[in-house]
Design a protein around this ligand. Structure first.
Ligand SMILES: NC(=O)c1ccc[n+]([C@@H]2O[C@H](COP(=O)([O-])OP(=O)(O)OC[C@H]3O[C@@H](n4cnc5c(N)ncnc54)[C@H](OP(=O)(O)O)[C@@H]3O)[C@@H](O)[C@H]2O)c1
Length: 297
């Protein structure tokens, strides 16, 4: 499956949490790693990346010539940038156009989410940006692979309505007590993404999960590993949840300028109970140790 041991892979968003991990996983796989950063990007992180062997290019993302120069000779671009429309659509599109101009053969967009292609428009604002970018990506002469990792597993440590440790409650919607949600650690996502970048034959979509767990399974696991009794709590219907999120969004327009306002976090929870992967591509690459749910309970 690994096709070229010295592929040159360009990482955008290399100073981010996921981007840094992807760079290190690519180096482990003997890729030539190039990162594009901005003038204001974190200098300590850049120094650490350079020390590890990453070639760092500082670019002005509005300057197409600078982006094209950074893309020259690259076999695959991984985008791990984060932001609102001006980042996920506008900035990524600048990079995509530069990639096509420089004849880069492959592009991995900054999707890293549930499979938003299955989600109707209007239910998750941040997914809608990705849907819009997908239309550009699929209209241009470049091969793309989106990686759908479900939800980063860390969320299980943040006391959400799904898994609230102080309250000892585990929430669900409709009758979805046995609905399995896909969770992937950031480390596993980075490992899989690096392997995908080195794989010339990767398909348009790949779906992964370190583990899948339902509200009912969380109750059992908590009792077993925390020795505490958790209550399953009905949070209402999915229809009510969707309507509530739309109302929250309409009454909090300031959230349109924020990446994760309250209503956006609720839209992610709604997505977790709306979409799960029909099948996983975990076994496509060898050498990835998929984290177990027990580490998060
Ligand atoms: N599935 C999940 O549960 C989940 C959870 C969290 C994140 N994610 C996804 O994972 C991916 C990476 O997220 P992350 O948490 O690693 O992000 P992060 O740590 O916030 O890093 C964001 C990166 O984007 C870059 N960036 C921001 N604005 C930019 C712009 N205008 N132009 C160019 N670069 C820009 C930043 O560069 P500078 O250093 O220059 O600012 C930084 O490198 C995203 O697709 C995100 O949506 C998924």
């Amino acid at each position: 499956m690994m096709t070229k041991m010295n592929s040159t892979i360009l990482v955008a968003g290399a100073t981010g949490n996921l981007g840094q991990k992807i760079c290190r996983e690519l180096l482990k796989r003997n890729a030539q790693v190039r990162a594009i950063v901005r003038s204001g990007s974190n200098k300590e992180i850049i120094e650490a990346l350079e020390k590890d062997g990453v070639d760092v290019f500082e670019v002005d993302w509005s300057n197409q010539q600078e982006l094209i120069s950074a893309c020259n000779g690259v076999h695959c671009i991984i985008s791990a940038i984060t932001g609102l429309h001006h980042v996920i659509v506008d900035a990524q599109l600048n990079l995509l156009n530069a990639a096509v101009a420089a004849s880069v053969p492959r592009f991995i967009p900054s999707d890293f989410s549930c499979d938003f292609t299955l989600m109707p428009k209007g239910e998750n604002r941040n997914f809608d940006f990705r849907k819009e970018f997908q239309q550009y990506l699929d209209s241009l002469p470049i091969k793309a692979t989106s990686i759908f990792n479900g939800c980063f597993a860390d969320i299980l440590r943040y006391n959400t309505p799904l898994f609230n440790v102080p309250e000892k409650t585990i929430g669900y919607y409709d009758d979805k007590t046995d609905w399995e949600i896909d969770f992937t650690t950031m480390d596993n996502t980075a490992e899989f993404t690096a392997a995908t970048a080195m794989d010339k034959s990767s398909p348009r979509f790949l779906r992964i999960a370190s583990f899948r767990v339902s509200p009912e399974m969380l109750v059992d696991l908590s009792e077993k590993h925390k020795d505490q009794k958790f209550q399953l709590v009905s949070m209402g219907s999915m229809e009510e949840f969707s309507a509530f999120n739309k109302m929250q969004r309409a009454t909090h327009p300031e959230g349109e300028q924020q990446l994760y306002p309250g209503w956006q976090q609720a839209q992610y929870l709604y997505s977790m109970f709306s979409i799960h992967h029909p099948a996983l591509d975990n076994s496509r690459y060898t050498g990835i140790n998929w984290e177990a749910v027990e580490s998060y309970i």
